[in-house]
Write a protein that binds this ligand. Sequence first.
Ligand code: TYM
Length: 330
Amino acid sequence: MKRILTGLKPTGDLTLGNYIGAIRQMVKMQDEYDSFLFVADLHALTIPQDVKELNARIRKFIAMYIACGIDPNKNTIYIQSENEFIPAMSYLLECTTYYGEASRMIQFKEKSKQNANFSIGLLTYPVLMAADILYCDCDYVPVGIDQKQHVELARNIAERFNNRYGEIFKLPEPLLSQTGTKIYDLKNPTKKMSKSEENPVGVISLFDDLDNIRNKIMKATTDSLNKVHFDFENQPGISNLLNIASELTGKTIETIEEQFKDKGYGEFKKYVADVTIEHISKIQKRYEEIINSKELDSILNTGIERSRKLAQEKYELMKEKMGVTRKILN
Ligand code: TYM
C-alpha cells in the first residue's frame, strides 16, 4: 500500500485554506493509502507564540482533523514533538543541506523580512519538514501550493543523501488539490488565506460562527466587471470564490461559471456561502462531540508508537550510513 503524509502547523485556528489544501485531500485518499497526519507543533516555534494558546491548539487540531472526516482507524495520527527522532534526523539532514538552498525558500525570504530578529529555526524549518516527510518513506505529500517548494527541497536533500551515503530514502512527491491553487484572503484576494492573519475579516476559520462565515463571504472583495468568470489577473476575488465553490462541490469551474452565466455577484456569493456553511456546520457538530472525548489520547498513543518506531529505524540507519555509530563498519 502506498503511503501519504501531511502535517499542519498550530499557529492559528485551522482555516478553509488548510481544509481544502491539505485535510480534505487526506480524507479523500485515506481509504486507499496508508495515511500519516500530524500536528507540526515544533514548526510553530519558529515564530514567537503565546504558550497557552499554542498548547490548547494542539489538541484542537487533532479533534478538528477527526471532525473533518479523518478516520483514526485509517490514519496514523500524532503530535510531531512526541517523536524525538524527527528533530534528531533533522540535524543529520541539515548537514546535507546547503545554506544557499535553505535561504532561497520563498517562505524564509518573506518571513525573515517581517522581523529582523528572526530565529535560526526559521531558516532550518524546511529541513525539519524534510525529516517529517522522509522518515516514513511516504510516496505522496498532499499540500497546498505554498508548501510545494518545501516538499521539493525534501526530495533534493533525500537525493543528495542517497548519492552521498547510500540509498535509504524514498523520493516523495507533492500532491495538490483539485484546482491546485491557494485559497486567498476574501478581503485581499491576492494574499494567501492564512491562519496567522491578524485581521481575520477575509479569513474563514473552521471555528467561525456560521452567520459570521456568511457575512465574510457576502462582503468578499469582487470587481466591477459583473461576470462570474475565472480570470485571476483581472478578477482575483471572483476567481477565488470560484475555486472555493469548485473544491467544496466537486463541480468544475466551467460548470459553476455556466450556472451563474446570467446572474449577479450577490446570488453567486450566496451560493458560495451556502456550500461553505453546509461543510463547516457538519464539521463543527462533530468537533463538539470529539473535543472532550477520552478517545483522543488513545488515538495519539497508538499513532506516536508507530511513528516513533519508524523514525527510530530510519535515524539509526542514517547514523550508520554517516559513520556516527559505535559499531565498527566494514
Ligand atoms: P501550514 O500549517 O501553513 O498549512 C497547512 C496546510 O494547509 C495548506 N494551506 C493552504 N492551502 C490552500 N490555500 C491556503 N490559503 C492555504 N493555507 C495553508 C498548506 O499548503 C499546508 O499543506 N510546513 C507546513 C507544515 C508541515 C508539513 C510537514 C506539511 C510541517 N511538516 C510535512 C507536509 C509535510 C506548514 O507550515 O503548513
